[in-house]
Design a protein around this ligand. Structure first.
Ligand SMILES: Nc1nc2c(ncn2[C@@H]2O[C@H](COP(=O)(O)OP(=O)(O)OP(=O)(O)O)[C@@H](O)[C@H]2O)c(=O)[nH]1
Ligand SMILES: [Mg+2]
Length: 221
């Protein structure tokens, strides 16, 4: 499994010209209060690098947390966890909602290897916005992992029942949903494994260039 070496806030941004230098991204989507910032802290073993709060609407900007680590193979990996502002927060004006949408659209329109993790609270039926968000990500062509968070709040029986509901509402097979808790740390290893699989599947830039060059030099059939 990935060994986390280092993590830091690389940038807080609204517009693309404020984004940090390009690195592969694992972007966190979900309702306000679903636990996006807590999940990042749990994965990187930091108490409060990503700011969390019981008051919804805490994350207002895109926060790029740079993480440096080592893959099982020894390969050095660097990427961003991109912590996004949550949606579905009741006390926002129309202009704030429009601004939220613009921030998300601009991020998704920026060329970058990107894995999307969408969180839902395992205790609640997904909202229409959850379903819409998932669809936006899938339609945009990104790989999306659905994460059912706050699993510590339910018994095993309740979890099974909730997962059936979430699976049906989101149209995602049960086996593809990762069950997670920032409290019990259930699901942490599964997510780190997915992060590693994604990052290791990206050919390093020089290798990709060399492959293109050798393909160009190959005699035509
Ligand atoms: N019991 C439990 N509480 C959690 C878990 N994850 C997050 N929380 C709590 O849920 C609240 C919201 O967590 P955040 O990580 O700030 O949620 P967020 O999705 O980043 O919220 P916004 O920044 O508002 O979009 C905090 O009080 C956390 O302590 C979990 O797995 N289990
Ligand atoms: Mg947050």
């Amino acid at each position: 499994m990935i060994k986390i070496r280092n993590s830091r806030l690389a940038a807080s941004a609204v517009r693309p010209n404020q984004y940090p230098e390009p690195l592969p991204q694992i972007a966190l989507f979900g309702r306000s209060n679903a636990g996006k910032s807590s999940l990042i802290n749990t994965l990187i073993n930091r108490k409060n690098l990503a700011r969390t709060s019981s008051a919804p609407g805490k994350t207002r900007l895109l926060n790029f947390y740079q993480v440096d680590g080592l893959a099982e193979s020894g390969e050095a990996l660097s990427w961003y966890f991109v912590d996004l502002p949550g949606y579905g927060y009741a006390k926002v004006s129309k202009s704030e909602r429009d601004q939220w949408l613009r921030i998300i659209e601009q991020l998704l329109a920026t060329e970058s290897p990107r894995l999307c993790w969408q969180l839902v609270d395992i205790r609640h039926e997904p909202s229409a916005q959850d379903v819409a968000m998932y669809q936006i990500l899938v339609d945009a062509g990104f790989p999306v992992t659905l994460i059912a968070n706050k699993a510590d709040k339910l018994s095993n029986n309740q979890k099974a029942q909730s997962l059936r509901q979430i699976s049906a509402a989101m149209g995602v097979p049960r086996q593809e949903i990762v069950v997670f808790s920032a409290v019990s740390r259930e699901g942490r290893e599964a997510l780190l494994q997915r992060a590693e699989d994604f990052l290791c599947s990206l050919a390093p830039a020089e290798e990709a260039e060399a492959a293109v060059e050798s393909a160009a030099e190959a005699p035509l059939e």
